[in-house]
Design a protein around this ligand. Structure first.
Ligand SMILES: Nc1ncnc2c1ncn2[C@@H]1O[C@H](COP(=O)(O)OP(=O)(O)OP(=O)(O)O)[C@@H](O)[C@H]1O
Ligand SMILES: [Mg+2]
Length: 357
């Protein structure tokens, strides 16, 4: 693995910090992940802005009235069910599709009129990976690098480095035909990084990857943003991935933008208070429920099969709750705050469950 990428990965792993509302994340969030106020200097100008973007196919709008932005070095996610308009948005922002209304600026350029210039500075991983099945993996990468104006010797060197980095060096001389989904994705990712892009559009970069490869790719994306200042637009169905990597998320459904912002801000717009799960080993009886309800600051109490769910204004409401429970001589196995997750926010907006946490 080349030294640069080794150090990016190492640093991305080393600098992991906790972030609010990323509770859903299985892994610790990366440096610019959700809600880390003040974690980056204020940007002077956005790397990406979309203003009322719309695109239809036939009479149906694939995306309609989309407005969002990304600062330089920010990772944003496009979330939404199948057919929501995520891929269409990426194609509009990279100038592959022209909008029917609205406008966009990416790196100061208009994608609809300056697409060729723009794409020299952007990298794309499409859902299909964009490989030519007749060419070897090296040829795929070198050809792509040459189209981007990289000299042949440099293209070969960079292709070799990236194939090694993505654990595909041993297959460098075979054709892309018959690659597994995950292998195709790795080579596609390598292809998107050949020219050190300033903006990366990644359409489901980890679908089909095994857990170790997923972790490496997420570390790499976080590292590219944090270390190189690359701006990343990530389409994903994996909410854990978005919670871990992204500062802001856009939630789309049937071509409409339902929400855009930090997961913590989106959660605060939807719900007030902090839910706390009390584990008693059995459902709370009426007396305990009444007792909890009578406590100052407690806004709601609902029995659960394991105990009760109590809502307090914020985390400062947790210690008095614990103290009150101790006073009742009740056996308490756990008192666990449950801040809303990105999954809660997502489903509240897309209406699949709509239940407040
Ligand atoms: N070239 C096209 N021709 C006709 N319809 C299209 C075309 N591209 C996209 N669409 C339609 O636009 C809508 C949005 O598609 P898009 O691919 O952007 O969704 P997506 O959010 O990326 O979905 P997925 O999660 O399945 O990848 C869909 O209804 C799709 O059928
Ligand atoms: Mg898509």
């Amino acid at each position: 693995m080349p030294e640069y990428h080794r150090s990016v990965l190492a640093r991305a792993r080393r600098t992991t910090t906790a972030a609010p509302v990323a509770e859903l994340a299985e892994h610790p969030p990366l440096p610019n992940a959700g809600g880390a106020e003040g974690a980056r200097p204020p940007a002077t100008s956005a790397a990406i802005t979309a203003d009322g973007l719309g695109r239809r196919f036939g009479k149906a709008w694939a995306i309609d009235g989309l407005s969002l932005e990304a600062e330089p070095g920010e990772v944003i996610a496009l979330l939404g069910p199948n057919g929501a308009g995520k891929t269409t948005t990426i194609r509009l922002l990279d100038g592959v599709l022209a909008p029917h209304h609205g406008s966009a600026r990416v790196l100061g350029l208009d994608p609809s009129t300056q697409g060729t210039e723009l794409r020299r500075r952007t990298g794309v991983l499409t859902e299909a990976g964009g490989l030519d099945d007749r060419l070897t993996l090296t040829e795929n990468l070198v050809t792509h690098a040459r189209i981007r104006g990289i000299p042949l010797w440099q293209a070969r060197q960079r292709a070799g480095e990236l194939l090694e980095q993505f654990d595909m060096a041993d297959k460098a001389d075979r054709t892309a035909q018959g690659l597994s989904t995950g292998e195709r994705k790795r080579v596609g990712l390598a292809r998107s990084l050949l020219h050190h892009p300033e903006v990366l559009f990644l359409d489901e970069p980890t679908s089909g990857l095994d857990p170790a490869a997923t972790r490496d790719v997420l570390d790499l994306i976080g590292g590219l943003a944090a270390e190189e200042g690359a701006t990343v637009v990530l389409c994903t169905h994996f909410l854990t991935e978005a919670a871990r990597l992204c500062r802001r998320v856009a939630i789309l459904e049937r071509g409409r933008l339902l929400a855009f912002g930090r997961p913590s801000d989106l959660a605060a717009e939807l719900w007030s208070g902090l839910a706390v799960d009390i584990d008693l080993g059995h459902s709370a009886d009426d007396r305990l429920v009444e007792h909890l309800r009578s406590m100052r600051g407690v806004t709601s109490v609902a029995p659960t099969p394991e105990g009760a769910r109590v809502v307090v204004p914020d985390r400062d409401g947790v210690p008095p709750l614990t103290a009150a429970l101790t006073g009742t001589q009740t056996a308490v196995y756990a008192v666990v705050p449950r801040p809303p997750t990105l999954e809660d926010v997502y489903f509240a907006h897309t209406g699949r469950t709509g239940a407040a946490p």
